[in-house]
Design a protein around this ligand. Sequence first.
Ligand code: OAD
Length: 235
Amino acid sequence: MGDMSQIRNIVILTGAGISAESGIETFRSAGGLWENHRVEDVATPEAFARDPNLVLRFYDMRREAIQDKQPNPAHFALAKLEERWPGKLLLVTQNVDDLHERSGSRRVLHMHGEHLNAWCTSCDVRSRWTGPLFDRPPCSVCSARSLRPDVVWFGEMPYRMGEIYAALREADLFVSIGTSGAVYPAAGFVQNAVELGAQTLELNLERSQGSHMFHESRLGPASQVVPHWVGEMLR
Ligand code: OAD
């Protein structure tokens, strides 16, 4: 990479790989979620309209599964970087788990939503939700039985894109951690960052689809490569 002493503003993108060592399954690895489920059956608005019970049960299981999982050293390292970094730092995650928050990160944008939120399609209010949705519980605000997972499905617009692109325009360094680079618009952030003149770094178990676009790729498990990189940044 280029001159690291010039770096002030950092944007970090995380994906399922950062939570893999916490025991949350990724999507595209062998045995991952999308090997055992068809995206079109469980993660689209059409699937929800066609078979809401199937979709609600799928997300109830995911919501339950994350609640006994713990952040790993990669999450904690990013929280430490945010706390100590003198410039701006924005953490953008595609993950719907809450392990970044539970490890202490405060500026986190969940571009694909959050498992622990329910969204009422009647009154449009989002609220924290830890239990099941399959049994059609009433919305705590309007009482309508119209709650759905507050998770972005394929074909829906990811959240917070304006803020994310604004941060990318200011970024001196873009870091992508534990994501396969298969899903846009997140997969395109590296190209935006390069075009805007930022340094780009990938930390991943293996090369991602857009790996060639990064100035540097470091391969290894997140619990090792992320704390190592954070140590360098805070030296
Ligand atoms: P994927 O499952 O597509 O990719 C996970 C990436 O993490 C892969 O490149 C793995 O090599 C890497 N990985 C696995 N274990 C790792 C470890 N211990 N340390 C570091 N890296 C590791 O997950 P995402 O890229 O996050 O969207 O998937 C993107 C989106 O596709 C998700 O947000 C979800 C999914 O469909 C929606 O549901 C809208």
